[in-house]
Design a protein around this ligand. Structure first.
Ligand SMILES: N[C@@H](CCC(=O)N[C@@H](CS)C(=O)NCC(=O)O)C(=O)O
Length: 104
């Protein structure tokens, strides 16, 4: 069942910490992709400030995705770990589950 609970009730300090954590994330997407919209909806619901990289409008973003993740499929969440290692997460359901586990 979809969870529509309002997740925005953070103190300014908590939101600042979430914003800091989101700096290590980027979502590769484009508007007409329904799977991307599902992830974007969750990002909005959780009040996350995640950089969006539109692979239709920005050829450099598409090249980054292909070279880093191995595929041009969207959505893909780029996660840069504290070690500097980069993980490319495909599959909208996996991305939504990961965001909920980390930020809900
Ligand atoms: N099972 C994937 C499907 C994603 C998908 O099919 N994305 C399409 C756009 S809606 C796509 O990127 N197609 C182009 C490609 O695979 O390179 C998910 O849920 O994220």
């Amino acid at each position: 069942m979809q969870d529509n609970t309002d997740q925005t009730a953070r103190t300014p300090e908590e939101q600042a910490e979430v914003d800091r954590q989101c700096q290590s994330l980027a979502l590769y997407e484009y508007e007409s992709c329904p799977f991307c919209r599902r992830v974007l909806h969750e990002i909005e619901r959780l009040s996350l400030n995640i950089e969006l990289r539109n692979t239709r409008e920005d050829p450099a973003a598409r090249d980054e995705l292909r070279e880093g993740g191995g595929r041009t499929m969207v959505p893909c969440l780029r996660i840069t770990q504290e070690t500097g290692e980069t993980h490319w997460m495909y599959e909208s359901a996996d991305i939504v589950a990961w965001l909920r586990q980390r930020f809900a």
